[in-house]
Design a protein around this ligand. Structure first.
Ligand code: COA
Length: 242
């Protein structure tokens, strides 16, 4: 495939895998498609209470079979976007980048000096499902799902986690900025994002705020994670492209 169709993704010349690189001082970290070989690292991290106590999604304990299903689903989605980017569309020139409905890269990997790559996190952008919106939830979710790819009124949301060994170094802040400015805004036409974090999840809140997210309100939902932690209150934050 012509590399210009993937712009600004770079392509690993040895493996053909596309990636985004975080800016300095985090330029030893890249964001790539998921790989089936990520099972062990996913199992390790998604059993770490410093991560999963803040996430509503993953089963706990998180088993290799969970990782295999998750990775095969997200890999299929990523492969489908890459195939779409490579397909010829009538009237589409390589000078007008195609707008797509997903980001094909979301796995954060640390690259060691000897080239070894370690999965250290994930940042995924997807359509918002309007959890914590009470009675309006289904209607808003259905409306949002029905909007065509590229529609600037689609509301997006972001899910992320980082290996606890790497917390507090500015990595996810850099990853969010890279994802948004390099891919989501130019190649998905993302204009509105709604983020959610448990009220006491100050690190996540701060990551969003540093990119310009503003708190809308705190939903008074009580949420228990699969790891058994009960949180009182979910902070809803919005970002709008200026
Ligand atoms: C949320 C998470 C991805 C952040 O990743 P990270 O790379 O450690 O974040 P960064 O280092 O880029 O930024 C964290 C910011 O929060 C701040 N912070 C961290 N803990 C804090 C606390 N208890 N109170 C106030 N601020 C805090 C840091 O000081 C930093 O802000 P600064 O740059 O202004 O100093 C990571 O903590 C994580 O994986 N948490 C578990 C999973 C999770 O919560 N996912 C998000 C669900 S909504």
């Amino acid at each position: 495939m012509s590399h210009s169709r993937l712009h600004p993704l770079q392509v690993n010349s040895a493996t053909g895998e596309p990636y985004l690189r975080l800016p300095s001082p985090h330029d030893n970290i890249i964001i790539t498609p998921p790989r089936m070989s990520d099972v062990d690292a996913a199992v390790h991290n998604l059993n770490d209470r410093k991560i999963v106590d803040f996430l509503i999604g993953p089963p706990f304990p998180y088993l290799p079979s969970h990782a295999e299903v998750w990775l095969s689903n997200v890999k299929e989605a990523s492969d489908a976007v890459l195939a779409e980017l490579g397909r010829d569309d009538p009237g589409q020139s390589d000078n007008e980048p195609k707008v797509v409905g997903r980001c094909p890269v979301h796995a954060l990997r640390e690259v060691a000096e000897d080239g070894t790559e370690t999965l250290i996190g994930d940042i995924t952008i997807r359509r918002c499902d309007f959890a914590h919106e009470g009675a309006q939830r289904d209607m808003r979710r259905e409306e949002n799902e029905a909007r065509p790819v590229g529609d600037p009124t689609i509301v997006w949301c972001i899910g992320d986690w980082l290996a606890s060994s790497h917390h507090g170094r500015g990595i996810m802040s850099a990853a969010l900025r890279t994802l948004m400015t390099e891919w989501a805004i130019p190649r998905m036409n993302v204009r509105v994002v709604r983020a959610e974090a448990y009220t006491e999840n100050f690190a996540s809140t701060r990551v969003f705020e540093k990119f310009g997210f503003v708190q809308e309100r705190i939903a008074d939902d009580v949420v228990t994670t699969n790891s058994g932690v009960t949180w009182h209150g979910v902070r809803l934050l919005w970002w709008k492209h200026s």
